[in-house]
Design a protein around this ligand. Structure first.
Ligand code: HEC
Length: 148
């Protein structure tokens, strides 16, 4: 190989490498776009079947109903509200502590519920429980103020 030919060969090689890198990046981008597309709905769909597995003797309808918004006030409270409302975190009115509720109760349930659903200062909307229904939130409030 003459020197001139060798230089040409190297130049060609570089172009091949550049093309390979560009192609690689394009493919990687495509794969990333694809995997991102696989997020949320796709993942939810993929994990769904495992959630449908039931042990013989289970009562699927009752379970489905409980998941779909029939949890008791106590269940919702323990799951979504207790973290703040048991110890009074961030100034949250404590469950069962009458003093914490003296200025709040007179607002009436409609306002308490509205504040709980939409959020109120440091109180996050629905206490952060996006899948809690309005009825469940109301039941949780009732559970919180039941023994005042
Ligand atoms: C991240 C902490 C946090 C969680 C979780 C939380 N709260 Fe609160 N909540 C607060 C704070 C803080 C306040 C006081 C807000 C204020 O008056 O400035 C509050 C206030 C309230 C009030 C009184 C509102 C008013 O108008 O006086 C109700 C009712 C309430 N929360 C219900 C709930 C319910 C029901 C849940 C669960 C579904 C819940 N909270 C979860 C922090 C929380």
């Amino acid at each position: 190989m003459s020197q001139e030919k060798a230089v040409k060969f190297v130049n060609q090689l570089k172009w091949k490498q550049v093309i390979a890198v560009v192609a690689g990046v394009a493919i990687a981008g495509g794969v990333m776009a694809f995997t991102q597309d696989m997020s949320r709905e796709a993942i939810a769909e993929r994990i769904q079947p495992s959630m449908k597995v039931r042990v013989a003797g289970d009562e699927p309808q009752q379970q489905a109903a409980a998941a779909a918004g029939d949890r008791s006030g106590e269940q919702v409270y323990n799951q979504a509200c207790a973290a703040c409302h048991t110890g009074g975190i961030l100034g949250a009115p404590r469950k069962g502590v009458a003093d914490d509720w003296t200025d709040r109760l007179p607002q009436g349930m409609a306002v308490l519920l509205e504040h709980s659903i939409n959020g109120f200062n440091a109180m996050p909307p629905r206490g952060g429980c996006a899948r809690c229904t309005d009825d469940e939130i109301e039941a949780a409030i009732e559970f919180m103020i039941a023994d005042l």
